[in-house]
Design a protein around this ligand. Structure first.
Ligand SMILES: Cc1cc2nc3c(=O)[nH]c(=O)nc-3n(C[C@H](O)[C@H](O)[C@H](O)COP(=O)(O)OP(=O)(O)OC[C@H]3O[C@@H](n4cnc5c(N)ncnc54)[C@H](O)[C@@H]3O)c2cc1C
Length: 394
């Protein structure tokens, strides 16, 4: 009997984990199934580009995983039962159930409306491809001079507002930030951000908490009304509720709590990676929802699973950060160097070199997903039968 590994989600982390598992383990020993709702790999970190009219290269998962030994299943995960070790799916064949011996949960996240009134009806979002395409259509219908308000001053809000202002200089673009603009980055980084905002004509509403979204405007906690033909909501991500509905230990945010090998602290045959996981990184700080930490976490999880199944040494690594790569449109960028626990250092890279660097990072991330079994040393050890039964012993 082959050991059944089921990977849920073929985003940056699930696809990376599935590919690496296929590289590490022998086809005779394991059956790897990758489940994803959409047929294409979505380059989520380019959703702001998609929304502003740029066309992205299609990346069908069936082509990516052809010949790798990973079986792709296009279906929506509706439920996970970690006690019965089954996953419920709905796909072209209707409802079905998939059993597993080891589960890798990588369903990512969606937008987080924070429960602000009017967001569901009136706000656009770019956390997923569908949302980005809907916004693209809406933006295409806007006339010159109309206002777009992006809400949320994190990386996604900064990237979205600058991309939009560069692509549509005829629009009036604003960013509403609950703190100061770029207040998490270094003084040099902030200065550059302000310069680019100035050049692109973006209005920054700082220390402004948006408390309501309506057709044509947003309202703020201190009673202001800001006109907005379109509101783009980027104030954080929220995980899908599937994990929370299981007996897995989850955090207050609904993320699966995992140890340093990305293994669930409550269920040793379940691993979680990417946005769906609550994992500690350098300095014992939770890893933020990002590819920057999610992709290394996926590699770590795959290596840990392979090591446990083959009786090898389990990797002992701490995931840390090196930089935050922020696109500011296609011609400008900001690379903020950070400590391993993600605090801004003094150094930054700006301008065209930063834009080129960020582009390289995006291409590299997509390349690693699109070539799941290339470029890695093959180490295919035999699965030890007793390990498959007693994973919890290592
Ligand atoms: C506009 C934007 C810009 C970003 N920029 C950066 C950046 O520059 N750097 C960075 O590090 N991070 C960035 N991020 C964050 C980054 O995209 C996420 O952290 C990353 O995608 C998480 O990877 P993941 O594999 O956990 O989830 P995802 O990449 O979201 O993949 C989840 C997968 O699961 C599938 N799925 C979800 N639910 C189901 C279901 N019920 N059934 C079946 N399949 C399902 C989805 O279709 C998807 O394929 C950005 C995000 C956005 C939105």
């Amino acid at each position: 009997m082959k050991h059944r590994i089921v990977v849920l989600g073929a985003g940056y982390t699930g696809a990376s984990a599935a590919g690496r598992l296929a590289r590490r383990l022998r086809r005779e020993d394991v059956a790897i199934t990758l489940v994803n709702a959409e047929p294409d790999f979505v380059e989520r970190i380019r959703n702001h580009q998609l929304a502003t009219g740029q066309d992205l290269k299609p990346r069908p998962l069936s082509e990516i995983f052809a010949g790798t030994g990973v079986e792709l299943r296009l279906a929506k995960v509706t439920r996970v039962d970690v006690d019965r070790k089954t996953v419920a799916l709905t796909g072209a064949n209707g409802a079905e159930e998939l059993g597993y011996d080891t589960l890798v949960y990588a369903l990512g996240s969606g937008w987080n409306s924070q429960g602000v009134p009017g967001t569901a009806e009136h706000a656009h979002q770019i956390a997923g491809r569908t949302g980005a395409l809907r916004l693209r259509e809406r933006l295409a219908g806007l006339d010159a001079g109309q206002t777009v308000v992006v809400v949320g001053g994190g990386l996604t809000g900064v990237e979205a507002s600058t991309e939009l202002a560069e692509a549509r200089p005829d629009l009036d673009v604003a960013l509403a930030v609950s703190g100061g603009l770029g207040d998490w980055i270094s003084p040099k980084g902030r200065e550059h951000l302000r310069k680019v905002f100035g050049k692109l004509g973006i209005t920054a509403y700082e220390h402004t908490t948006v408390s309501g979204v309506a057709a044509g405007h947003v309202t703020t906690a201190d009673g202001k009304v800001i006109p907005a033909a379109v509101t783009v909501w980027t104030a954080g991500f929220a995980v899908h509720p599937i994990a929370q509905a299981t007996s897995l230990e989850v955090s207050g945010t609904g993320q699966i709590v995992v140890d340093r090998t990305m293994r669930s602290v409550s269920h040793p045959d379940v691993y979680a990676v990417g946005d769906a996981a609550m994992a500690m990184g350098a300095g014992d700080k939770p890893l933020r929802m990002s590819c920057a930490s999610g992709i290394p976490a996926a590699a770590l999880a795959a290596d840990a699973i392979a090591a446990r199944l083959t009786g090898r040494k389990v990797p002992d690594k701490t995931i840390g950060y090196f930089n935050q790569c922020i696109s500011l449109g296609r011609k400008e960028g900001l690379i903020q160097y950070v400590t391993a626990d993600d605090r801004a250092r003094q150094g930054v890279l700006t301008g065209r070199p930063a834009a080129a660097y960020k582009e390289l990072i995006c291409k590299g991330a997509a390349w690693s997903v699109a070539n799941p079994t290339l470029g890695m040393p093959t180490r295919k050890h035999r699965v030890t039968p007793e390990r498959t039964l007693r994973q919890d012993t290592v």
